[in-house]
Design a protein around this ligand. Sequence first.
Ligand SMILES: [Zn+2]
Length: 486
Amino acid sequence: MGRRHFLAGLGLAATADLMTSMATANASPRQPTDRAADPDADAADPSGCDRTVVYGCLLHFLDDPGDPPAEQAWELFEDGALVIENGKVVWLGPVQRLSDQHTADAKVIDHRGQLVLPGFVDTHAHYSQVDVIASYGEQLPQWLDKYVYPAESRFDQPRHAELMASFFLDRMLAAGTTTASVFPTVHANSVDAFFAEAERRNLRVLCGKVLMDREPHAPSHLRDLSVAQAREQTLDLIARWHGRGRLGYSITPRFAPTSTEQLLQMVGQLRQERPDLWLQTHAAENRAEVDLVRTMFNARSYIDVYDRFGLLGPRSVFAHCVHIDDQDRTRLAATHSSIAHCPTSNLFLGSGLFQLAEARGARVQVGLGTDIGGGTSYSLLQTLNEAYKVQALQGKRLSAARGFYLATLGGARTLQLDQQIGNFQPGKEADFVVLDWAATPVLARRTEVATSFQERLFALMTLGDERAVAATYVMGKRHHSAPARS
Ligand SMILES: [Zn+2]
């Protein structure tokens, strides 16, 4: 195929050379044409042209680079161009190869000197927990009772849900994240609010009404009144939102302790009836929780409970999976189920250390999750910073190459959205983030003394956060710009 040929022939050959040639590159100076200079870059073009050329240092992944990272897994164009038409990528490569055909009547977005990456993918977060972030002193079970459930009880008010959805999505875009799989609350209107706000921003997101019906772990005021009604509400929301624009519905049982067997049966059945839907839930986050679930369901393992009810499979995303074993991993891989790894949350709530290498060894697809508000940052750069430390505490490593793969294509694969997003292959939707190597004095200094591109990338994933995000684009349109720095 022409595209494949292009990628294989042009990109990969260039990659190794560029990695080497960039080894001594200085920290990139800010360009006069960047964000501060053109805040209205996306104003309507009077010519009506829908073609855009983005200049910058382009990096994207074609596959999991593994450990140690294999350079064939990514393409890097230091002086690169990305051509977008009607919101989709049509070409990428070195500027020298850009043809007149690509540039004719095209709007130009100049991010030279900055790093242009596919938009980050957050595979697990709760927009209902915006106000819960940074709540002190508890582990999972008590943290839910003390902080989360009181916060979620306010989402029966449509206006509150709308404000929170808006706040969450704007923070997400400010962090460079363009796709997320998100939990709302048990209230149907909380799904409406989230999808409506995501649609207004033209974002590719997954969401679905939280299902919870079991005493005493689901509090009475946040409980589905019956399985039949929970199913009916879910079907109604699916009919309204699933497949509308860029929105996808994810069946969302909160987790095993808040689920009756009847509820899990209903979920398993719905999953079977509708393989086009996603499924998201939590699994094996906290040791006490795991013991509780094994007792409640008389099961060998937490994953076995979900397996028993048919919840495993493609498009099923299980957040955390900190306390699982080889048998669980084998089963997750065999069913093409995925894991959302949420390091800031696992550390903050003292849940445990995720075994990333073991998941890869078992060929389980893994993505990164912020797990707002158990997690402590909206930024996937900060999530990577903590993911590295989680591995370091286990005597292991997470390379920058693998880290940025996890934050982009790895996340898209986790959500089975890699046909649409995750890298810059022609035909993909042009969601991207622009990162500034010199966003802070510390980052600028560290970047300047770095002796390789990978070293610079590692500094960015360790020291970067929202401040490093110069701009975020959705389907080729700018949706966020960092405030101008003096
Ligand atoms: Zn969560």
